[in-house]
Write a protein that binds this ligand. Structure first.
Ligand SMILES: O=C(CO)COP(=O)(O)O
Length: 248
């Protein structure tokens, strides 16, 4: 693998200031494991404090608005998040697509807004359980990705997160992860060309933990992990970083 593994914790709507002690312990582990690129996306309320306290990991946001400013009560623009200390933003997470009715077009616009100010983007896609059972997951997720991708791929990562694997303790068969990532690589190469599309990291997300991380990270075309529950504590997250560091 020519690029470093990218291991990202998505804290979702979890974490008060006291949780910064966990982030500090994660930051210390990242310092010992420089082979791995590590980042956390805390709730927006913690971005500034986390950025202040961290020296070895990236700090990101979980969402942004597509506009830079304006009459959007309760929303935050990419530039506000960057000013607070975020160096990347997650867009298109299935929980936002579901809870806030975000469309592929919305996700694309958010990604482009972040890229316009040189922030990193982690763009999430994934199928429902019914779609997996129907045998059409690859086709559906490939279409979802193609319609969500921003025009350029600078600082872009993609996260494949099967919705039925999020927070359930269930993970897909390794062969299914391999097939999906290969398919998504094809979408990226079609859009951005061999060199640039080939260099976009594709993360796997959904019930990743210290026990299954090594096996998932060893799958071809898996360039890292987007981790929910297990990223909330150093005890949960550091073994995943270690598993990444131990890959060849
Ligand atoms: O949604 C996820 C990360 O964005 C995955 O969450 P879990 O690791 O808790 O399954």
């Amino acid at each position: 693998m020519s690029q470093r593994y990218y291991i990202v914790g998505n804290w979702k709507m979890n974490g008060m200031r006291a949780a910064l002690s966990e982030a500090r312990a994660i930051d210390r582990a990242a310092q010992r494991l420089p082979k791995v690129e590590v980042a956390l996306a805390p709730p927006a309320t913690l971005i500034a404090a986390m950025r202040e306290a961290m020296t070895n990991i990236g700090v990101g946001a979980q969402n942004c608005h597509a506009d830079d400013k304006g009459a959007h009560t309760g929303d935050l623009s990419a530039s506000m998040l960057r000013e607070a200390g975020a160096d990347f933003v997650i867009v298109g997470h299935s929980e936002r697509r579901a809870d806030h009715h975000e469309t592929n077009g919305d996700v694309k616009a958010k990604a482009e807004a972040a890229q316009a100010i040189e922030m990193g983007v982690i763009l999430c896609v994934g199928e429902t359980e019914d779609q997996r059972d129907s045998g059409e997951a690859e086709e559906i997720v490939a279409r979802q990705l193609a319609s969500s991708l921003p025009n350029g791929c600078q600082r872009l990562s993609v996260a494949y997160e099967p919705i039925w694997a999020i927070g359930t303790g269930r993970v897909p068969q390794v062969a299914d992860v391999a097939a999906m990532h290969k398919r998504l690589r094809g979408v990226l190469v079609d859009k951005y060309g061999e060199a640039e599309g080939g260099a976009v990291r594709i993360l796997y997300g959904g019930s990743v933990n210290g026990d299954n991380a090594a096996e998932l990270l060893a799958v071809p075309e898996v360039g890292g992990a987007l981790v929910g529950g297990a990223s909330l504590t150093a005890d949960g997250f550091v073994p995943i970083i270690v598993a990444a560091a131990e890959q060849d």
